[in-house]
Design a protein around this ligand. Sequence first.
Ligand code: NAD
Length: 487
Amino acid sequence: MIAFEKLSAPTRLFINGDYQDAADGARFDNINPATGQSLGTVARGTAADVDRAVAAARAAFESDAWAGMAAGDRERLLHRLADLIEHNAEALAALETYDTGKPFGDARKVDLPMSVQTLHYYAGWPSKLRGETVPVRGPFLTYTLREPIGVIGQIVPWNFPLFMAVMKLAPALAAGNTVVLKPAEQTPLTALYLGNLLNEAGFPPGVVNIVSGFGGEAGEALINHPDVDKVAFTGSTRTGQHIMRQAAGTLKRVSLELGGKSPHIIFGDADLKSAMRAIGAAIFYNQGEVCIAGSRLFVEKPLYEQALEAASQSAARMKVGDPFAEDTRIGALVSEQHWKRVDEYVKLGVSEGARVVAGGGPAEVAGGGYFYQPTVLAGVRNDMRVAQEEIFGPVLSVIPFEDEADVLALANDTQFGLAAGMWTQNLGRAHRVARAIKAGTVYINAYGIMDPAAPFGGYKMSGLGRENGEEGIAMYTEVKTVWTGLK
Ligand code: NAD
């Protein structure tokens, strides 16, 4: 375990290539959720700081220092940034653990490699982004250009702070945009750390600016700023709706990756060993603080008791505790507020008629902190609030179903549409159900995998647009059509 003080984490705003204090000098306490103690203070950016950051991003965009750089050189810088993140992986994973409460092993083995892979993937794109010639009627040569949009405001959540930041930065930068990034107030440290790495890699000043602060202050300033051309957001559906409303004033481009309540379906004809094994990881990974968590487990009736047993055993096996301990599978929830909210949902479930078959309350861990037991609720009906609202914690609702038609209706009976998973050995059924489910990602005999090459995003109230893959970079471009008369 690396001592926090040894990590020398930057705690000031990163604007125009320099670390700076907030204009009014304000700072806020940054809490380690595994202890409830402060890790120290971090600069609290407000509208004046967002103004400075947007001005720096605008100047960097208009100077053509970034978009005008040869594609091959931009690629080299993005690869270099990926290498620097890899080189600093131990420190970044430790910072992520102190800030989020997640197990260090997960940060080191998942968050960090995913961040590095995403940067390498998009580093390949600048030289491949191209327009087309268009076969129009008449004597014209008509072609399209894919241009960067301009200054992008990016707002990210606290569940995978570095990975979410990189998932936003990489395609935006690959397409030639400049960025003002606002990390979540609960978890500002790994994003701020990127400032030094961006400088070391050789990014021109102003291409990436990082403003830590609160949603209602720095976040509001960013989404309302007239000189921001697009807002890209990951977080709650409620904030996403608010952003979309605010963006209407200047018609900012908006992309949103929001909440989920993903159905995870076990059919009677599944490979039961694999299916039963998958239940726990699909909901409990990262303390359930995962937008694609398989939080509604639908089980074909004859298997219901067996699935409940497998879910409970998985919950009992997962060690909750010190995020730096090697055998810890479940760390702390991100904040006291969130921890209380998760507990309120479990109590609500019970008052709605659900039965707790595993967990069901806070977990006692030496040293304090906001730990919660992996929890399994039986007797849940799909219309209960615990099955309809995103809990974003280690809480699984298990619901029996009759047949394929029944489960399809239940799975789609939700305002969300981020992901879905199913276990079946019937190929026809698998692809039939995959088509019928209204979700941006469907897993067949697998759950929860992501890859920078595979588009990711939500149907319905789970979002707007797709991140990752070619779709993910297209979202950061404008298409210009150029007509030339040939006569
Ligand atoms: P949130 O949407 O409030 O916060 C996410 C980000 O948005 C943070 O950076 C925050 O500072 C910023 N933000 C908040 N209000 C803003 C505003 N008015 N203008 C601009 N930016 C603003 O989410 P939360 O309160 O941290 O979490 C609440 C719930 O949201 C969670 O319990 C969970 O259900 C959901 N959530 C989903 C995801 C996801 O990946 N889909 C991630 C985090 C949270």
